[in-house]
Design a protein around this ligand. Structure first.
Ligand code: GRF
Length: 186
């Protein structure tokens, strides 16, 4: 099943999705990596893996116009699913509707807790015993769609946002490819 990945930054989750797709029994393949920031570090990783890339800054463009260009590029690549991997831009409702439940995201919290930014700092400040990450279907409401899978890690005494992020990230890299594989098989 052809999948497009959208990124804005370093792309470590993207890299994990690409690496997993190299296995013979992986049911998805990555046909495009698109970024809304031409400086996104993940683009070079995708290129090195031989994957087509598309980079266009959203700056100065109305959201609907930018999303329409992105949508056209993704469809041209033949993708049937979209995986957001650190894509830091809200997608327009029109874009999301056009993909009817076939956009998936990874979020670094145990949703429905801590939608939006600074998830790890907020979990620590709340005194939570656990943090983690969630893979969810993308709906028009930010970080709000149905949760498909989660991974949990302990929050330890002395943790700050960086140490907790470092504990959660490897879980993201494991959970996301496994969950995407499960979703596209359905
Ligand atoms: C990850 O923590 C992901 O959960 C969040 O943004 C971060 C992206 O990191 N949505 P990377 O670009 O995948 O390394």
């Amino acid at each position: 099943v052809p999948v497009a990945i959208l990124i804005s930054g370093r792309g470590s989750n993207m890299a994990a999705l690409i690496a997993a797709a190299e296995a013979d029994d992986c049911p998805y393949r990555v046909v495009l990596v698109a970024a809304n920031d031409p400086a996104a570090g993940g683009l070079a990783i995708a290129e090195a893996a031989g994957i087509a890339t598309f980079a266009l800054s959203h700056k100065g463009m109305p959201r609907a116009a930018f999303d329409a260009l992105l949508d056209a590029e993704i469809r041209r690549a033949g993708a049937e699913w979209i995986a957001l991997a650190g894509y830091m831009r809200v997608l327009s409702a029109e874009f999301i509707l056009g993909w009817a439940g076939r956009i998936v995201n990874i979020h670094p919290s145990l949703l429905p807790l801590y939608k939006g930014l600074d998830t790890h700092a907020r979990a620590i400040a709340a005194g939570d015993a656990e943090g983690g990450c969630s893979v969810h279907i993308v709906t028009a409401e930010l970080d709000d769609g149905p949760v498909v899978a989660q991974a949990r890690v302990p929050i330890l005494p002395g943790d700050d946002a960086d140490t907790l992020a470092a504990r959660v990230l490897p879980e993201e890299h494991r959970l996301y490819p496994a969950t995407l594989a499960e979703l596209v098989r359905r």
